[in-house]
Design a protein around this ligand. Structure first.
Ligand code: GLN
Length: 280
C-alpha cells in the first residue's frame, strides 16, 4: 500500500533527478491534481493511494520529464488569480501577460467601454478584462477553432460574458466588422525565426501559430497597427504585449500610423513587455 505523501516524495525525486527546476512545486501540483486535495492535508492525513492514483501520478511524472508542459498535464492554469483551461492548441497563459492586463485596467475608460482582444488564444485576457471591468463589452477575436473552444469553456468557467468572433486578425474583412472601439489589446505571436530554433522543450508543445511572428517577429504588429487603427475611436488605445527588445520597432510602427502618447511598461523581470499608444 502506498500513500499520497510517498507518491509526492517519489515524484519530487524524479523531477530533481531530471533537472526540473521547481521540483517540489511541480510534484505538489501533480499530487493535488490527482487527489483533489491540498498537499498539506494529504501529508497530515497520510492518505492512502489507490492503484489508479499511483499509476496516474507515475504516468504524469514520466510525461513531465519527457518535457511535456506541466500546465497541459494539469489541464488548468491560473492567470490573474483566475482559473483557465489549457491544453494542446492554446498558448499557456504567462505571468508576463498580466502586465498587459494591468496596463488596460489603468486606462481611463468611458462608462461602457468596447474592448477587443485580438489573438485571444485561451481567452485569458478577454475573460480577465470582462471580470475586472464590469460594464465593458469585451470581444475576443481568434482564428483557431481549437482555441475558440477553449475561450468558450473559459468564459463559462469564470462566469463571464464575452463575445467571441472567429476570424483572421490579419484580414481587413475581420476588422471591418468593428467600429467605435475604446481599447484594442493584443498579445500576438512575436517570436523570431531564430527564437523558434531555440525553443525550450516545453514550448515546442505549444502551437507554432501562437508563437511565430515571422522572421523578425514583427509581422503581426506591422499588419494589426495598420488594419485595426480605423476600428478605434479617436483617443482609443492600442495596447500590445511585445517580445524582449521589440519596443523601438513597435513604437515606430505606432508613430507611423498616427498614434500618440506612447507608453511602455516593464514586466516583473524588468523587461519592457507592453507598448501602448492612443489614436490621434
Ligand atoms: N511569451 C511567449 C514565450 O515566451 C511568446 C508568446 C507570443 O509570441 N505572444 O514563449
Amino acid at each position: 500500500m502506498v500513500t499520497a505523501p510517498e507518491l509526492y516524495f517519489h515524484a519530487k525525486k524524479i523531477f530533481e533527478c531530471n533537472q526540473i527546476e521547481s521540483a517540489s512545486f511541480e510534484a505538489m501540483c501533480i499530487i493535488e491534481h490527482v487527489f483533489g486535495k491540498k498537499l498539506a492535508s494529504l501529508l497530515l492525513e497520510k492518505t492512502t493511494a489507490s492503484e489508479e492514483q499511483k499509476n496516474t501520478v507515475n504516468n504524469l511524472a514520466y510525461r513531465r520529464i519527457s518535457g511535456y508542459p506541466l500546465q497541459y498535464l494539469l489541464g488548468k492554469w491560473e492567470f490573474f488569480g483566475l482559473p483557465f483551461y489549457v491544453g494542446e492548441g492554446v498558448l499557456i497563459p504567462r505571468q508576463d501577460t498580466e502586465t498587459l492586463v494591468e496596463t488596460v485596467l489603468k486606462i481611463k475608460l468611458p462608462e461602457n467601454p468596447k474592448i477587443l482582444d485580438l489573438c485571444s488564444g485561451s481567452g485569458c485576457i478577454a475573460v480577465t478584462l470582462a471580470l475586472n471591468l464590469k460594464n465593458a463589452e469585451v470581444t475576443a477575436v481568434e482564428i483557431s477553432d481549437k482555441a475558440v473552444e477553449y475561450i468558450k469553456k473559459n468564459a463559462k468557467l469564470n462566469d463571464s460574458e464575452i463575445n467571441i468572433v472567429m476570424g483572421n486578425v490579419l484580414s481587413g474583412e475581420t476588422a471591418k466588422m468593428f467600429s467605435g472601439i475604446d481599447v484594442i489589446v493584443c498579445n500576438p505571436p512575436y517570436l523570431t525565426a531564430d527564437d523558434m530554433k531555440a525553443l525550450q522543450k516545453e514550448v515546442t508543445f505549444e502551437p507554432e501559430t501562437a508563437l511565430f511572428g515571422g522572421n523578425d517577429g514583427l509581422d503581426f504588429y506591422k499588419s494589426i497597427t495598420k488594419i485595426w487603427r480605423d476600428c478605434l475611436k479617436s483617443g482609443g488605445v492600442l495596447a500590445y504585449e511585445i517580445g524582449m527588445g521589440q519596443e523601438s520597432d513597435v513604437k515606430k510602427m505606432l508613430e507611423e500610423n498616427n498614434f500618440t502618447n506612447i507608453e511602455m511598461t516593464k514586466d516583473l523581470s524588468g523587461i519592457i513587455r507592453v507598448v501602448r499608444g492612443e489614436k490621434i
